[in-house]
Design a protein around this ligand. Structure first.
Ligand SMILES: [Zn+2]
Length: 115
């Protein structure tokens, strides 16, 4: 299951940070899952909540944002926001877009409980 392996990756990031920064628990974990990342946010949240007990993520609040994707239009040379692959350019209506963002899943912020 895709989201479960993503959640395991996020847990590893959190545990690595806990070791290097010396905190015991994450209070809130803020994630960004690009619209084009193909991530099912509900499944990801469920996977994180399943993995959390007994780890640094135990009791953490998960905030998952889904920003729109960024693309460059080859026809009008503008940078535009799109919500899905295959969208037309919102400026000129062309379909020659090169996706430049919105395909990644990343941790953008963690707040932690000290000690
Ligand atoms: Zn355009």
């Amino acid at each position: 299951v895709h989201e479960l392996s993503l959640a395991e990756g996020i847990l590893q990031i959190a545990e690595g940070a806990a070791q290097s920064e010396g905190f015991a628990r994450v209070a809130t974990l803020q994630l960004e899952a690009g619209r084009l990342a193909g991530v099912d946010v509900h499944a990801l949240r469920f996977a994180l909540e399943t993995l959390a007990p007994g780890t640094v993520l135990d009791g953490a609040e998960f905030q998952i944002e889904q920003p729109e994707a960024r693309a460059t239009c080859i026809d009008c040379d503008e940078q535009v926001w799109i919500t899905a692959r295959g969208d037309a350019c919102p400026r000129c209506g062309g379909y020659h877009l090169r996706v430049i963002g919105g395909t990644e899943l990343r941790v953008i912020r963690m707040t932690v409980h000290d000690a």
